[in-house]
Design a protein around this ligand. Sequence first.
Ligand SMILES: [Zn+2]
Length: 408
Amino acid sequence: MPRPASLRLAPLALALACATAGLAHAQTGAVAATPSQVRPDVDKAYTQLMASPQVQKLLDAVKADHDRSVEDLKMLTEIEAPPFKEQKRAEAFLARMKALGLTDAKIDAEGNVVGLRKGTGNGPKLLISAHLDTVFPAGTDVKVKERDGKLYAPGISDDTRGLSVLLSWLKVLNDNKVQTVGDLLFVGNVGEEELGNLRGIKAVFRDHLDIDGMVGLEPAPDGTVLMLGTGSHRYEVTFKGPGGHSFGAFGQVPSAIHGMGRAIAKIADIRTPSFPKTTFTVGTVGGGTSVNTIAPDARMAVDIRSDEMAPLLETEKKILAAIDEAVVEENKRWNVNTLSVSTKLIGDRPGGRTQSDTVIVEAATRANAAFGHKTLLTGASTDATCRCRWAFRPSSSAAAARRAASTR
Ligand SMILES: [Zn+2]
């Protein structure tokens, strides 16, 4: 979806705080109540962290790295990265990752930049990701322009800022020789936007079955925490008929455009729940040959979204049925059987929800409080959606068993 293409030159620490739990592309409005308090062990862990001189030193180092990080931001922003054409930016990002100490980093088969920062062992593996692709097509002017202390360029916020923050974290950890117990998997992934269908992050989870947690870096207002992955299905629908002259063939052939018009009218009348928020739209239409031709073809693209899978599938069923009924009606109108339709699924993003009383949401809430931000729990469709779906997969228990074994 189009998003504001500006970025305030705010201290990086703010980006740090609001990025804690993987958030992004936020819908306006809360999807759940913010926990009024977090469990004692989460609170205790955060109180200890914030009181630690070493942590304070790291936070100061992140702030001090701000100007340098903005240089990374400008450099990466000015390399265009439309969906499926992320390679040049991936190579530049890989070079930065290697220069900042991840010398074994590489580009995987899907096109993701992947670098592992090893821990001392037997700890959890945490994925820290930001996406390389932007929504802007090839040829867009991506030159960064500064006005009144703000930087403007297509894609500078979503998600090039995430990429530069990720590099800053890496640099600060290495400069300060921080030795983590768990492994940190730093990833600049492809395929988050549009028809990329999360192909990049899906491949990361496919290739790394031992990931225990994920922090997805995305732009959002301060305090925003994404705890809901909005699912979506998208269809390309093509109507085909014999076509004919508007005068000569009138009455003998159905019209692909009239058939599609019937379908759109039916779709427009479909009712969906407002909670969980469920939406649909016919986003684009095309077809026909000339003004005096009964159209032999017509096509449209349909977008269906919901915060939960059941109403999404229910709405999808109604839309597909409306399309079939429209074709039947158009054929019946002319007493023929020559209009047909085909539907192709062109977008498939899973939906899922992390409950507001889970440790990761409470940790994000507590982290926001530590930086003076009020938490807003929101939903959106991002790489983090993948995490929702994978949260309870069996391999996580293998990692848990590994950790349990190490403490015996
Ligand atoms: Zn994004």
